[in-house]
Design a protein around this ligand. Sequence first.
Ligand SMILES: C[S@@+](CC[C@H](N)C(=O)[O-])C[C@H]1O[C@@H](n2cnc3c(N)ncnc32)[C@H](O)[C@@H]1O
Length: 219
Amino acid sequence: MSFGLSRGKDLDHGDFGITADQLPAAEDGPFDPRGWFEQPANPFELEIGSGKGTFLVQQSVLQPETNFLGIEWAGEFFRYAADRIRRHQMTNVRMLHVDASEFIRFWCASGVARVIHLYFSDPWPKSRHHKRRVIQDESLRQFHRVLQPGGELRLVTDHPELWAWYENHAERNQELFSRSQFDSPESAQENEVVGTNFERKFAREGRPFHSMTLHRVGD
Ligand SMILES: C[S@@+](CC[C@H](N)C(=O)[O-])C[C@H]1O[C@@H](n2cnc3c(N)ncnc32)[C@H](O)[C@@H]1O
C-alpha cells in the first residue's frame, strides 16, 4: 500500500535509518542497540510504531542527551521518518525498519532502555487479529526484560476496546509493572497528550484519549 508520503521526492535515510539486513544474525543472540549512537553511554528510549516520526523529532531536541530509537515496520513511514531525522541531523535519533515485537524479543539486549513509548498503536479490532496487537502477555515480559530498573512503558490510545485490552493486561501483569497516570512529554503542546500525527488527526475528530504509564517492578 502506498500512502504517497514521498510526494515524488527521493527519501534518503543515510546513516539515520537501519534496515533488517544490518542486524546481526538472530542466532548470535541479543546485542546492545545503544552501539548505533555516537554517545552510546547516554540514556536510551525506544518508540514502537513511530509513523512519520513526529514524537521523535519534537522530543529529541528537548532531550539531546538521550538516544531515541524509533521502530517502524511500514517501509514508507520508516523512510519518511528517517529522511526527516537526517534532514534535521538529529544525531541522537535512529529509525529501525523491522517488526518491533520481534526485534525486542530476539535481538535486543536486557536492561538497556529507560522508556518504551507506544502511541496510537494499531487496534486490530477483529478478534482473530488480536494476536497482532503489540501489547500481549509475552511482549510485556520482554519489555520488562529490556527496560532498566525504574524503566517505564508509556501507552496512549484513542481506541476504547484497545484501552480495555491495555487495562486487562496491566491488571494481570502487576508482578511486572505498576500502573500510574501518564505525564505528557515536554514537547506536547497545550491540550495535547503527546502530540503525534495520529493524535492531532483524532483530536480534530473530537475523539477522547486514554493513557497510562507502567513502571517496571523489581531490580
Ligand atoms: C496508527 S499508527 C501511529 C503512528 C504514530 N505513533 C502516531 O501516533 O502518529 C501505528 C504505527 O505503528 C506501526 N506498527 C504497528 N505495529 C508495529 C510493529 N509490530 N513494529 C513496528 N511498527 C509497527 C504502523 O506501521 C504504524 O505506522
